[in-house]
Structure formats: C-alpha cells, structure tokens
Ligand binder design. Structure first.
Ligand code: UT7
Length: 321
C-alpha cells in the first residue's frame, strides 16, 4: 500500500525567551500560579523581523536537511496557522517562495490548535491519492501578536514557534512506516469559548484572543480521550501498543488527565509545555521534533499525535516511524 512516511522533522523558535517572572512584572500573576495551573515556565516571543513565515521557513529548512531532501523535490506545502503573515496570500506560498520550490501546491489550513492534525490528515490524503509525492507539513504561529497583554487569563498561556515534517509517498507494508490513520472532528456549537474578537469580514481588524479556559479544559479532556480511543480502535491497536504520545501542549494537567484516561504512563508522553507554552498549531510538530532530536522517538516506534483547539476542532493521528 502507499503510505505517507515521515522522512524528517525540524523546528524553530524566536530568539527571545520570556519567563513567568518577566510576565509577573507586567500583569497580576505569579510564577507559582502559572506553574501549578499549567506547567508552563517560559515561552518564546517573536521579535522584530520574526514572523509566522520566517519561523515556518526555518523549521522547514531543518526538516528538509534532516530528510536529506532538496526543496526542489517538494510538490506540496500544507501550513497550519491561525496567525498568518497576512490575511492573504497563504503563508504557505511565502514559505514556498523562500524555499525556492515554486510551482507545486501550497495552501494554509485554519483549525487553530488542531491545525497540525488537520494539515497532516489533508497532506496524507493527497499523497496517498497521488496528487503529490513529497510534502512539507508545517505548524507555525505567532500568537503573541493576537494576545491581549493586559488579560492575565490568556497572555501567560501562549508562545510562538514552528515545527515541520517532510512526508513522502512510499510503498509500505501493513506493519511498515507511515501514517496509519487520522481522525478529525469539529463542533461549531462551542466557537464562543475560544475565539478571536476580530477579523477581516467582521471588524476589519485582527482582533485579540479570548478564552473561557475552564470550559475549554473540560471539553479538551473528554474530546481527546474519545478521539484517541477512536483512532486506536479503527487502526486495530491497544493503548499499550503506543510507544509515544505527542500531544498538543496546552496544559500539563490536560496531558496528565488524557494519559490517565487511556492508562498510559506519563513517561510515554512528550512534554514541552514547560519550555514552549501553548504554540497552537506549532506545538505538536515542535514536541515531535524535540523527541526525535533527543533520541527518544526511534525507527519502528508507534507514535500518536493529538490536539484540540478553537472551533472546537480536535483530532488524532497514528504513525509508524
Ligand atoms: O490550546 C487550545 C486549548 N486550550 C486549552 O486547552 C486551555 C484549557 N484551559 C486551561 O488550561 C485552564 O483552564 C487555564 C490554565 C486557562 C486556567 O486554569 P484553571 O485552573 O481552569 O483556572 P480558572 O480559570 O478556574 O481560574 C482560577 C482563578 C480565578 O480566580 P478566582 O475567580 O478563583 O478568584 C482566576 O481569575 O485563577 C485566576 N487566574 C489567575 N491568577 C493568577 C486566572 N489567570 C491567572 C493568572 N495568574 N495568570
């Protein structure tokens, strides 16, 4: 069968790290509150000249280098972001031009924190049906630019960054490498629990992020456990078969609760929320690249990606390395 095989990964972070103590000097918060409620200790914040496309391009270059693939051989770029450089053109086309692989398919996907799962599922379908041969799947964000820096309930939670995967359509055996299954969901009934209060067609402004965190938390734990079970069942695996869970990094307590619900030990969960905070669509590929580069995720491992975010949207993807 044809499968989308992960050939390489890369990631990029802005130059400036901002600690909880830095934020406590600006809004009414404390390192103790942030660590206890979220597990976050610091986040990276984009400075002048650092944008979603510059971070995405850097992550993509590193992924291509790790894959040993020339950018000219990429014929599909799917970039997940809720913070594009401009309303249009798609940030994916800016990245394509920077990489010099003009002429193939390039577009953005908007599914907020689940964006990377949506991008992965879309790219996988396109590779398996022969629309493209080699894809860059990127999650990249500069959420710092849509935060209300006076709102302590949101500004301490998010950070900027990018992560990228190179996928290649390859002939693979049933137990061979590649994306095995992806399950995606959305429920627009909850779009007022996590949203941006502006947009081109409503206010004509970019807007700021608003979130009812407690309610989002409650839905996240239930939806994630459900989609993980659904993905495992559809692919014919048990929770015990998973080598690594690479989750969206919103809150350490959500990661713990989800792992507990599946009966998975915490040691099998890749956690970067302490260093990166919530980087929305970038968080899953950033965490994956961390696990690859520190040698934890190995060839042959069964890896589960999962995420939940605004919309609501949520999803999971099971991949054999
Ligand atoms: O990425 C997309 C998905 N997003 C998520 O999954 C986020 C899900 N939600 C969460 O992670 C958590 O709900 C939060 C971290 C956002 C909040 O944690 P919580 O334990 O649910 O706190 P809470 O909202 O119930 O607030 C508890 C208290 C409140 O004070 P009162 O009303 O009890 O007096 C807040 O005003 O904590 C207060 N608070 C803060 N205190 C210090 C809220 N933010 C802060 C802060 N520093 N930064």
């Amino acid at each position: 069968m044809i499968r989308s095989v992960i050939r390489g990964s890369g990631s990029a972070l802005p130059g400036r790290a901002v600690t909880n103590a830095d934020l406590a000097s600006k809004v009414d918060t404390s390192d103790e509150w942030i660590v206890e409620r979220t597990g976050i200790r610091q986040r990276y914040i984009a400075g002048e000249g650092e944008t979603t496309s510059t971070l995405a391009t850097e992550a993509a270059r590193k992924a291509l280098e790790a894959a040993g693939i020339d950018s000219k051989d990429i014929d599909l770029i799917v970039l997940a972001t809720a913070t594009p450089d401009q309303t249009f053109p798609a940030t994916a086309t800016i990245v394509q031009n920077e990489l010099g692989c003009n002429g193939g398919i390039a577009f953005d996907v908007a599914a907020v924190c689940s964006g990377f799962l949506y991008a992965l599922g879309t790219a996988d379908s396109m590779l398996r049906t022969g629309m493209a041969k080699r894809a860059l799947v990127i999650g990249a964000e500069t959420f710092s630019r849509i935060l209300d820096w006076e709102d302590r309930t949101t500004c301490v939670l998010f950070g900027d960054g990018a992560g990228a995967l190179v996928l290649e359509a390859q002939e693979s055996a049933e137990d061979g490498p590649g994306v095995i299954d992806t399950k995606l969901h959305a429920d627009g009934a909850h779009n007022q629990l996590l949203y941006v209060d502006g947009g081109p067609s409503t206010t004509g402004t970019v807007g700021k992020l608003r979130m009812k965190g407690r309610e989002v938390f409650r839905h996240a734990v239930v939806n994630l456990a459900d989609v993980l079970k659904e993905t495992l069942a559809s692919a014919g695996f048990e929770p015990g078969d998973i080598d690594w869970v690479v989750p969206h990094q919103a809150n350490a307590r959500i990661l713990d609760a989800t792992a507990r619900k599946l009966g998975l030990p915490a040691e099998k969960v890749i956690v970067t929320v302490d260093r990166h905070a919530n980087t929305s669509a970038a968080s899953v590929p950033l965490a994956f690249d961390t696990g690859i580069r520190d040698g934890r995720i190995q060839k042959g491992d069964l890896v589960m990606f999962e995420a939940m975010g605004g919309g609501f949207t949520w999803g999971a993807s099971l991949v054999r390395m």
